[in-house]
Design a protein around this ligand. Structure first.
Ligand SMILES: Cc1cc2nc3c(=O)[nH]c(=O)nc-3n(C[C@H](O)[C@H](O)[C@H](O)COP(=O)(O)OP(=O)(O)OC[C@H]3O[C@@H](n4cnc5c(N)ncnc54)[C@H](O)[C@@H]3O)c2cc1C
Length: 440
């Protein structure tokens, strides 16, 4: 049995983001008014939950989805919009951690995750402004050799032809900043408006008769002999299986699993629109960009040519207030692009993501294969969460090999459980900030 304390309230930071203003809320008209019976109950209205519900309802299961706030309220509706292949770790490191054949399977799944999103966008005609290319940009001299190594290694061992190296003058030509020493372009990856994707997919769920209960927080999950009972203030859902898809907002809903990740708050600002001409003076080919620091900057232009600039993390349970967000993220942006000083910041917001110790996602089951979960994408969850839903649905439907490529990964707990994890992580964050400073 799991009891949830209502601590996710601490993560409230629903400032009106650029994304919220760019698309209408789903405003589901489904309400849980009495106790019900279903095949599957999904908890969490982000991309992991929505993708799980979509895949299972297509297979004929009766599915309901409970979301504590509204669809896309979590990271899926607040992120940087960088639809990257793969994990937070590079392939070479993943091979060292898991062995060659396991790493190769994860590489294939990473490619599939982006393909899956592209297929859904096309199949359901979701207008979320997909643009090709993510550029990694080098902040430190050592990155130049690392980029060259990665390019050669991936081409030799994975037959990859999706990467391209840019030297210092070439990167300056692509990204008009004095900050970077080189670049590595990944053409397998894309960027898009994530809330338009999330709400677009949720609308498809309604066509498959999935009932979506917004403002319906799950408080307890009880295991019964052949079923589970999911308790909310509005009613009890009795289901054969339950899928927990809460990522950085999970808290203690499934007990000590919270110790497998650290919830991090990350922040984004959006400028006023610059116009296409000015935007292309800054990023010539409209790529998304992320740099090589541990506390990285990531940015891109929106569909209406605003600079969407993310960076800066906090680990306290409270969000930085709006004015603070503006100040410290804007400072980071102006360091890279001083010429943006004259542009107004129209929006600033934050969101929580889940970081695991080894930076790989954590999948698993509890309650004798009646409860399924996936979290801990470590900042690389936009495509992976969609894939996670597909793999959870496969597992529930009796095909578990691909789910197990993630479930078999060993995950350390954050030491000392609830007591010291924030202070330990804060110390680590300070250490990495210092390392970024020294390397710079
Ligand atoms: C600021 C920021 C920038 C990011 N940038 C990128 C990026 O550019 N590229 C990338 O790949 N990834 C990025 N990420 C990570 C990515 O957004 C996440 O990994 C991904 O969206 C996780 O999706 P999810 O569905 O698992 O979780 P979420 O989208 O967080 O959804 C979880 C949902 O569960 C709900 N919930 C929680 N508890 C309960 C409960 N008890 N009952 C009912 N509902 C509950 C929450 O309200 C929430 O809506 C970023 C994250 C943040 C915060």
């Amino acid at each position: 049995m799991f009891n949830k304390n209502k601590t996710y309230e601490q993560h409230d930071n629903e400032k009106i983001s650029f994304y919220r203003n760019s698309v209408e809320d789903l405003n589901s008209q489904d309400y849980l008014l009495a106790d019900i019976n279903v095949d599957i109950c999904v908890i969490g209205g982000g991309l992991t939950g929505i993708s799980t519900a979509l895949n299972l309802s297509k297979k004929g299961y009766s599915v309901v989805l409970c979301e504590a706030r509204k669809i896309g309220w979590g990271a899926s509706g607040r992120n940087g919009g960088q639809l990257g292949i793969g994990m937070r770790k590079d392939q070479y490191t993943v091979e060292k951690m898991l062995g060659l054949s396991h790493a190769k399977e994860l590489w294939k799944l990473g490619l599939e995750s982006v393909d899956e999103v592209k297929t859904l966008i096309k199949e359901y005609n979701i207008n979320c402004h997909l643009v090709n290319g993510i550029m990694s940009s080098a902040c430190f001299p050592k990155d130049i050799d690392e980029f060259k190594f990665e390019l050669e290694y991936m081409s030799k061992n994975y037959n990859s032809d999706g990467y391209k190296f840019f030297n210092s003058s070439e990167i300056k030509n692509e990204i008009n900043s004095d900050t970077y020493l080189a670049g590595l372009l990944d053409t397998y990856s894309y960027h898009l408006n994530p809330l338009k994707l999330t709400i677009g997919l949720a609308k498809i769920l309604q066509k498959y008769k999935v009932r979506i209960y917004e403002d319906t927080a799950v408080e307890n999950i009880f295991e019964k002999k052949d079923s589970v009972e999911i308790y909310t203030k509005k009613g009890v859902i009795k289901s054969n299986k339950v899928v927990v898809a809460c990522n950085g907002y999970l808290d203690n809903l499934i007990g000590s699993k919270r110790n497998k990740f650290m919830p991090i708050n990350n922040y984004i600002i959006a400028t006023e629109p610059l116009g296409e001409e000015k935007a292309r003076e800054i990023i010539k080919n409209n790529y998304a960009v992320c740099d090589t620091r541990f506390m990285l900057d990531y940015y891109r232009f929106s569909e209406d040519w605003r600079m969407i600039f993310g960076g800066g993390e906090t680990v306290t349970s409270k969000f930085v207030k709006d004015s603070g967000t503006l100040k410290f993220v804007r400072k980071r942006m102006l360091k890279v692009f001083p010429e943006l000083e004259k542009y107004k910041i129209d929006y600033s917001w934050g969101g929580s993501l889940a970081i695991t110790v080894n930076r790989l996602p954590h999948f698993g089951t509890l309650m004798n294969n009646k409860l399924f979960y996936a979290f801990g994408y470590s900042g690389h969850g936009l495509a992976l969460s969609v894939l996670a839903g597909k793999l959870i649905a496969e597992k529930i439907n009796g095909k578990e090999d691909r789910f197990n490529f993630f479930a078999d990964i060993n995950h350390m707990s954050i030491p000392f459980g609830n007591l010291l994890r924030r202070s330990i992580y804060s110390t680590a964050v300070l250490y990495y900030r210092f390392r970024d400073f020294l390397n710079g």
